[in-house]
Design a protein around this ligand. Sequence first.
Ligand code: ZN
Length: 233
Amino acid sequence: MFKPEVHLPTWITNWFPKAIWTIPNNRKEIFLTFDDGPIPKITPWVLDILNQENIKATFFCVGDNVAKYPELYQRILDEGHVVGNHTFNHVQGLKMSKSEFINNVNKARKFINSQLFRPPHGWLKRSQYKAISKQYKIVMWDVISVDYNPAISPKQCLQNVLEFTRSGSIITFHDSLKAEENLKYALPRAIKELKAKGFQFNKIEFEKVKQLYTDTQWGRFKQRTNQWKQKWA
Ligand SMILES: [Zn+2]
């Protein structure tokens, strides 16, 4: 089914060829990510679930939240998860200049020790993408639960994840107030069902993914064309 708000078509993901959208592997490994925290009302709940399920995940933190709740940030690290930079104020790249945007990312860098970056909403201008790619590995997603949208039912949120997850998927949830209801329903159920299907969960480590997708846009296009040619030959 075509649901771009959950899973983007390949031609869009090619627009940012050096970014990571999936992490291909033959171990049915998938990667949970949590954006916009850490906050006291939600993040500890997520960490408790991950502990119970013995899962390591990746948290794309907002610098301002880390500054307010350093103990939560520390707990994420102490429990063996990975953190990434999600800007200082959750700013939207398309609405600001390159230097304003980079300044906000650098401000967050003072609080978040990571070479992984995820742009809020996945939005980046070309110039911002180029500048950020030099300093960070950009991590996008393969599946968004759409948990942040209260117009979506908790069941639909769960269904979004189960329908589109495949080996290598990077799955996005939000440790935010907006997402609370959907997250608290969908996350534990998604973990149980995906485990039952044989998937295993892992965190995204910079050292392991830095060599993925170093291609230019043209390189990525050529690679895909060759794959198609082989497929239809
Ligand atoms: Zn976000």
